[in-house]
Design a protein around this ligand. Structure first.
Ligand code: OAD
Ligand code: ZN
Length: 288
């Protein structure tokens, strides 16, 4: 606990000492659990532990492209529950927005499909949705794209009187399935993810003297290729982890310079706001 607080103090000191240092955030489902969205792998509360009602052969099948083509119902059931618009950003999301406003944000790499970074008004150019989102979709048969509202209507249309196999959002042109552009297991990540990460790595190396930081938060670092990002951070760039539990490269190949906050990302955010003396700015931002 004391070490966690000390890590945050060190980050704040670092940012104050190096006024040109910017932050790259690398985040996952843990930053959104405070918003009422379950993460995937936490015992008891994680989505994958609570999918029994969907009768899946294995939990991750709900996001598996081949399984989806055979049986889309579990995904659509889950999509209804997870649909963005019903959740509000957490403190952590607003803190990232404050980093943007302060000119200290370089990028946010998110695995989350909840679009809460956008909802906190973070600029588009900063956000890399590595696993896609609900923001766009396409028909897996004919590639037709549907407005987000149309997909939502189709998702929520009462089809109780229809047989199970028709209870899904289908394309009005070819009757195939409409799938949000979320990256499923068996699908590739967006080109933009790889391109931007390469650029940002180059930027970190070139501007090594600016002392930029990489903050990883709320992710178990189990799903590749995303999970390899922290290990690719140049050794001269400091890394931080805000997470319940030590994960991924922070556990298997820790660096002396790593700064770890073992606990909730909301507590870490509050602590960092205090240490940076940003409380007033933060209040102003969230009351806007
Ligand atoms: P996981 O559920 O695998 O990991 C969440 C991590 O956040 C765990 O280490 C938790 O201990 C931690 N955690 C939970 N609540 C927290 C909190 N309030 N503060 C800090 N840490 C907290 O979620 P991801 O790593 O994001 O793919 O999962 C990666 C991918 O697996 C997801 O993008 C998803 C899934 O299959 C798709 O949706 C395509
Ligand atoms: Zn179609």
């Amino acid at each position: 606990k004391k070490d966690s607080k000390m890590s945050i103090r060190k980050i704040a000191e670092h940012l104050q000492k190096h006024p040109r240092a910017k932050v790259i955030f690398v985040i996952g489902a843990g930053v959104s659990t405070a918003c009422g969205i379950p993460d995937f792998r936490s015992p008891k509360t994680g989505l994958y532990h609570n999918l029994s009602k969907l009768n899946l052969p294995y939990a991750e099948a709900v996001f598996d492209i081949e399984y989806f083509k055979e049986n889309p119902k579990p995904f659509y059931t889950l999509a209804k529950e997870l649909y963005p618009g019903t959740f509000k950003p957490a403190k952590f999301h607003y803190l990232m927005k404050l980093f943007e406003d302060e000119g200290r944000l370089k990028r946010i790499y998110t695995q989350n499909i909840d679009t809460l970074e956008r909802q906190a008004s973070v600029g588009d150019e900063y956000i890399i949705e590595a696993h896609g989102s609900f923001a766009s979709n396409h028909c897996i048969g004919c590639d037709k794209k549907f407005p987000i509202e149309t997909f939502k209507e189709k998702l929520n249309e009462p089809k109780a009187n229809l047989p199970l196999e028709f209870d899904y959002a289908s394309c009005d042109a070819c009757e195939s399935l409409i799938k949000p552009n979320i990256v499923f297991f068996g699908e590739g990540l967006p080109e933009k993810f790889f391109e931007t990460w390469d650029e940002d790595l180059e930027w970190l190396r070139k501007e090594v003297d600016e002392k930029h930081l990489v903050i990883v938060a709320g992710t178990s670092l189990t799903v590749y290729p995303f999970a390899s990002l922290p290990s690719e951070v140049p050794s001269k760039t400091a890394r931080a982890l805000f997470n319940i539990g030590l994960v991924g490269d922070f556990k298997s190949d820790p660096r002396k310079s790593d700064l770890v906050f073992n606990g909730s990302s909301e507590d870490a955010a509050q602590c960092l706001i205090d240490e940076l003396g940003w409380s007033e700015k933060f209040e102003k931002l969230i009351n806007k």
